[in-house]
Design a protein around this ligand. Structure first.
Ligand SMILES: [Zn+2]
Length: 341
C-alpha cells in the first residue's frame, strides 16, 4: 500500500456541463459615463472629435473583463463564479460516514486500517506492542483514539507524517503521549520554520529511505522528490499493493485509478504542449496594450490555457471528480512548466 498525495481520480458517468458566467459592467453605463467625459473634453478644446471612435474606446474599462477569447472554454475560469459544478461521478464516491462517529474505519488487512471522514484519510498499522498512526488531520484527530479502540487497546507508539501541511498533521499534538515521530528531512525543516505547537517536530528524520520496523510489521518510507510539496513521502507496506490511501477523498484507490491519473497527466501535458506550439503571440490583444509586456504574456498564456482546457474537456469532464475545479490550474501549471522549466 502506498500513501501518495494524488489528486482524486475516478472513472465515472456523465456529468452536466456548467454554465459560464462572464462579469461585465453594463455596456450602456460605461458608454454614457466615459462618452460624456470625452464630449466634454472636445467642448473644452474645440476638437473635432470622432465621436464614434471615442465611444468605442470608452467601452473598455482598464483592468475589467473584456470580451471572452474566441473558443473560450465552457468550464468557468479561475475566479469566475460557476453556475453549476459538474456532478461528482458515482464511482468517485465512497461509503457513508456515520455522523455520530464522524469517521469511518476500513480494514485493509494485515493490521492496516484506513480512518477517514470522507475528505481526509489516515492509516493505522497495528503491531504486537502498539499502533503506528500515519497522519492526524485536525478534522478528526480527536476521534482517532476511539477509532483505534475499535481494533486494539494498544498505545500509539509512532506517528508518521506524510508531509508538513497542517490540514494533514495538525492534530498530532492532540494524540497525546510521547510517540516517535518520523518524517522526511524537508518536512522537519518546514515544521521547524512553522513553529506550530500542534505539529510537534519529528524525532526521526531521513533523506531518501527509511525502514520502520515495529514488531513483525514493516513500513518502507521513501522520498521521490518534490511532489505535492517538498518532503512529501511514499509510505509502503512491502507487499504487492492493491490499495492506495491517497490522503484525500471518500474511498481508497486502485491500480485502475493510478492508471487513469497517469493517463490524465499525459493528456494534460500533450494538450498544453500542442496549445503552446499552435498559439500565436499577441492575437486579439488590444493595440493600446502593445507596449505592455505583461499584457502580451497574460493574453498569450490565457489563450494557451483555454485551448488546453478545451482539448481535455470532452474526454475527461465526466470521468474525474473535480475536473471543473482543477483543470484550469492544471493547464496553467503544465503550460508554465513546459515553457520555462
Ligand atoms: Zn498538503
Amino acid at each position: 500500500m502506498r500513501h501518495v498525495p494524488a489528486r482524486p481520480t475516478a472513472t465515472a458517468q456523465v456529468g452536466v456541463a456548467p454554465t459560464r458566467t462572464v462579469n461585465h459592467m453594463p455596456t450602456s453605463r460605461r458608454v454614457i459615463t466615459l462618452g460624456t467625459a470625452a464630449l466634454a473634453l472636445c467642448a473644452l478644446f474645440a476638437c473635432v472629435a470622432d465621436t464614434k471612435a471615442a465611444v468605442r474606446t470608452a467601452d473598455e474599462v482598464p483592468g475589467a473583463a473584456g470580451e471572452p477569447h474566441p473558443q473560450m472554454p465552457a468550464i468557468a475560469a479561475i475566479g469566475e463564479r460557476t453556475g453549476k459544478y459538474i456532478d461528482v461521478p458515482e464511482t468517485a464516491k465512497g461509503p457513508a460516514v456515520d455522523p455520530a462517529k464522524g469517521y469511518r474505519l476500513q480494514d485493509l488487512g494485515r493490521g492496516l486500517y484506513m480512518v477517514t471522514d470522507n475528505a481526509y484519510q489516515s492509516m493505522l498499522l497495528v503491531y504486537d506492542r502498539g499502533v503506528v498512526v500515519i497522519d492526524a488531520p485536525p478534522a478528526y484527530a480527536a476521534r482517532l483514539p476511539q477509532a483505534i479502540a475499535e481494533v486494539t487497546d494498544k498505545p500509539i507508539t509512532h506517528v508518521v507524517y506524510s508531509h508538513s501541511h497542517a490540514d494533514h498533521i495538525g492534530g498530532a499534538r492532540a494524540l497525546g503521549g510521547q510517540p516517535i515521530i518520523v518524517a522526511h528531512d524537508e518536512t522537519a525543516r518546514l515544521l521547524k520554520r512553522a513553529a506550530d505547537p500542534n505539529r510537534p517536530l519529528p524525532t526521526v528524520a531521513f533523506a531518501d529511505r527509511y525502514t520502520l520496523r515495529v514488531g513483525a510489521q514493516v513500513l518502507e518510507l521513501s522520498y521521490h522528490g518534490n511532489a505535492h510539496e517538498p518532503g512529501n513521502i511514499f509510505i509502503h507496506a512491502p507487499l504487492d499493493w492493491d490499495t492506495l490511501v491517497g490522503g484525500h477523498v471518500a474511498r481508497t484507490g486502485t491500480h485502475a485509478d493510478v492508471d487513469t491519473q497517469a493517463e490524465f497527466n499525459r493528456d494534460v501535458k500533450q494538450a498544453a504542449a500542442t496549445a503552446l506550439a499552435t498559439t500565436k503571440f499577441g492575437v486579439g490583444l488590444n493595440p493600446r496594450d502593445g507596449a505592455n509586456p505583461w499584457a502580451g504574456f497574460d493574453n498569450y498564456i490565457d489563450r494557451v490555457a483555454g485551448q488546453c482546457v478545451n482539448t481535455l474537456t470532452p474526454k475527461w469532464s465526466s470521468r474525474l471528480a473535480g475536473f471543473d475545479v482543477y483543470v484550469w490550474d492544471q493547464c496553467y501549471a503544465m503550460e508554465q512548466s513546459l515553457r520555462i522549466e
